[in-house]
Design a protein around this ligand. Structure first.
Ligand code: ATP
Length: 363
């Protein structure tokens, strides 16, 4: 290793990636340093998608090494590689999907589907390949929120379905297959079967992340699903209200029971901001998510205001991250999505596909 290469490595070993809080050497994202004549190329390979961060990271790295003697013309290349991470023991990974993120809530109406759809869009905006499975079988709202309620999935082989791609996300929902006017009167085991079928019989195309919008609650359906689906981590959506928090706590316990790690809590409808005067009022209480996060040592990933623009955007089939990508709300969703991706990137990798299966036979 040349003196210059060592000097660059030493600088990057002290430089903190603001997204992970770790230096570039510890987070193993420094892939290569190439010095050819008066040209230096530094290649960074991040474990999380970060298109919106490329300019800031490039400037940060350039600033930290620019003064080194002999660096010449500096070229900083940043890319992301998302790999599969471990899931519950004994459950095989799903073909075409690297990581599954379950979005859950203890009770209905807290904004779980709105959060799931915006997180999926935020990860896609950062450059990841993303899918969204609407498992909210009693109230499939994703087709409307994603603006593709009129579409029907194709089944070229008559056995599997091609997901419907919209706003850059591959989607599947029971809502595409049933008459939305007909109430669903399915019992627990039928729901679980329908959902696992929907998940397994969709031809997910090389996804980095599949977001699953789980049915609300913590009953048998949710428990069975979390035992059958290979989940990398779960996100719990709650409002700051006590009752919603009590239910969210049950959600935490449920995932703990089946060995699914909790990536964090999203507090929705944290504060109402008056569209007329800008006055902020905590309609659903204050600080609940933060208390829960402290009590259970779980990260509070972010807080969304109760904002009419969020409802209008999802009703119109263009969720906030698509409708106003640089707006305040989209920025919060993108921050939450990045935190989730970083947390997944820190988890241990799943090597099951890389190692041969060892079978010990008794003779
Ligand atoms: N932060 C917010 N500000 C304003 N409206 C919101 C917000 N979050 C969600 N909503 C609206 O609240 C309603 C319920 O949201 P959503 O369908 O996402 O909840 P849910 O928890 O998935 O409900 P369910 O599980 O019963 O389907 C929707 O009309 C949505 O547009």
């Amino acid at each position: 290793m040349s003196t210059l290469e060592q000097a660059i490595r030493d600088r990057l070993a002290k430089l903190i990636d603001p997204n992970t809080g770790k230096d570039f050497v510890t987070e193993k994202s420094l892939r290569q340093i190439q010095i050819q004549g008066d040209r230096t190329t530094i290649s960074i390979d991040l474990p999380y998608p970060a298109r919106s961060q490329h300019a800031a990271l490039t400037a940060l790295i350039a600033d930290s090494v620019n003064d080194l003697a002999g660096i010449g013309q500096l070229d900083i290349q940043i890319q992301s590689t998302i790999v599969s991470h471990s899931v519950q023991r004994g459950i095989p990974l799903l073909s075409g999907v690297k990581n599954i993120i379950a979005v859950a809530s203890g009770k209905g109406g807290v904004g779980k589907s709105t959060t799931a759809v915006n997180l999926a869009l935020a990860l896609a905006a950062e450059g990841a390949r993303v899918g969204l499975l609407d498992a909210d079988i009693y109230g499939p709202s994703q087709p409307t929120m994603m603006g593709c309620a009129q579409q029907r999935p194709d089944s070229p082989d008559g056995k599997t379905m091609t997901p419907i791609e919209h706003h850059g996300v591959q989607t599947m929902s029971i809502g595409y297959l049933i008459d939305p006017e007909q109430p669903m009167v399915w019992r627990g085991p039928m729901v679980t079967q329908a959902l696992t079928q929907l998940l397994n019989e969709t031809r997910w195309d090389n996804l980095d992340y599949l977001i699953i919008d789980l049915p609300p609650g913590t009953g048998d359906i949710q428990l069975t699903l979390s035992q059958k689906i290979p989940v990398t981590g779960a996100v719990i959506v709650t409002t700051p209200q006590d009752i919603a928090l009590l239910d969210a706590r049950k959600g935490l316990k449920m995932f703990e029971k089946v060995g699914v790690p909790i990536l964090g809590i999203v507090e929705n409808m944290s504060m109402h901001i008056c569209s007329q005067c800008g006055h902020a009022e905590p309609i659903f209480g204050e600080g609940g998510g933060a208390r829960m996060s402290t009590d259970y040592h779980i990260e509070l990933l972010g807080q969304l205001p109760l904002d009419i623009s969020i409802r209008l955007a999802t009703d119109a089939g263009r969720p906030s991250v698509v409708a106003d990508p640089e707006g305040k709300v989209a920025t919060i969703y993108k921050q939450i999505a990045r935190r989730i991706a970083v947390k997944i990137g820190e988890k241990s990798q799943d090597f099951s596909a890389k190692f041969p299966k060892i079978v010990i036979q008794n003779t």
